[in-house]
Design a binder for this molecule. Structure first.
Ligand SMILES: Cc1cc2nc3c(=O)[nH]c(=O)nc-3n(C[C@H](O)[C@H](O)[C@H](O)COP(=O)(O)OP(=O)(O)OC[C@H]3O[C@@H](n4cnc5c(N)ncnc54)[C@H](O)[C@@H]3O)c2cc1C
Length: 292
């Protein structure tokens, strides 16, 4: 690692001021599980690093029935995994958080870091996309909120300006009879990144077994995590059935633009999208039916 200046600001304002004064070449540090690896092994040499660890306003999980869930950017995967409200009302987020890395990784890896690192394979991205999460950003111009769908612009790229900080994510309260499920395929059982990740959300009509709205998000098959709009539209107004899931799974493949690499060919990834989408839709419906 090359030498760099290190800052540990005590407030968000101080952190933004450092980024503004020092300008290009800096990096924010959350849990460091991506950043430190990139500095040690991937040729990343920031001239300065700003730690977010002392910024208490970036921590914690709060839930309010009307306003929904708010998760601070510095909240760790372990905290998400173990939070009773997240477990009960947002299990799809637990699906993503609990498989990330090892116990040691999850104890330090943050939600903000997973989102801002913007890997196409990030395990919390598809769950957050189907939950219609919005990101809260603070910079010299004040606060702004961006739908997560518009946040990712390419591999490792986001809409964040160089002096902006992601402070947290806001997720609406799910309607009754809504369920969502995430799974990924990895060659190894754990400590591996997704070859494909799929999240599906199903919102059923209050009184009838009819799909009111479906959302599907795919990871690791395009330069950014993506939604599958054609597949989603094909499900609205339908009764949940294997036929409807199969049709949607075929259409989900159209949203994928996979590459071939050492971890799997593009054709294999398309096949996985088809199989996993149908399975996730099935499991999302099971969860929706179990929610009052
Ligand atoms: C052994 C190991 C296993 C892993 N397994 C998985 C896995 O299974 N699935 C998976 O998705 N990932 C995995 N990862 C990657 C990594 O752990 C996650 O992406 C993690 O959530 C990153 O969070 P962090 O707090 O460590 O981020 P950091 O490394 O601190 O930061 C990551 C990037 O985001 C920026 N950043 C961080 N916080 C903010 C913020 N609040 N505002 C603006 N920018 C910010 C940083 O500047 C940096 O560019 C693994 C990593 C390791 C080392």
């Amino acid at each position: 690692m090359k030498r760099f200046d290190y800052f540990a600001p005590e407030s968000l304002e101080e952190a933004v001021a450092i980024l503004r004064e020092r300008g290009d070449g800096g990096k924010l540090l959350a849990g460091g599980t991506d950043l430190v690896m990139q500095m040690k092994e991937a040729g990343l040499h920031p001239s300065y690093v700003v730690s977010l660890r002392r910024l208490h306003e970036l921590r914690g999980i709060a839930f309010d029935e009307r306003q929904g869930l708010r998760i601070g950017a510095m909240t760790t995967m372990a905290e998400i995994e173990q939070h009773p409200v997240v477990q009960r009302r947002y299990p799809v987020l637990v699906d993503g958080a609990r498989i990330l890395g090892s116990i040691q990784t999850r104890n330090v890896a943050t939600l903000g870091g997973n989102v801002c690192n913007a890997a196409p394979s990030a395990d919390t991205a598809p769950p957050l996309l189907v939950l219609a999460a919005r990101v809260d950003i603070v910079g010299p111009g004040g606060r702004r909120q961006v739908p997560l769908e518009q946040f990712f612009t390419g591999p490792g790229q986001t809409v964040l300006g160089r002096d902006e900080i992601l402070v947290g994510l806001a997720i609406p309260t799910p309607a009754p009879r809504t369920g969502a499920y995430y799974e990924r395929h990895t060659p190894r059982a754990e400590m591996d990144i997704a070859v494909v990740g799929v999240a599906a959300l199903m919102a059923l009509e209050p009184e009838r077994d009819v799909i009111r709205e479906a959302r599907i998000a795919l990871g690791a098959v395009a330069p950014t995590p993506v939604r599958a709009p054609e597949a989603e539209a094909s499900l609205a107004g339908q009764e949940p059935s294997e036929e409807a899931f199969g049709r949607a799974a075929e259409l989900a493949v159209n949203a994928a633009r996979p590459i071939s690499d050492v971890r799997g060919s593009a054709a294999f990834r398309r096949h996985l999208v088809r199989v996993m989408t149908a399975r996730c839709l099935r499991r999302a419906v099971e969860r929706a039916r179990s929610q009052a």
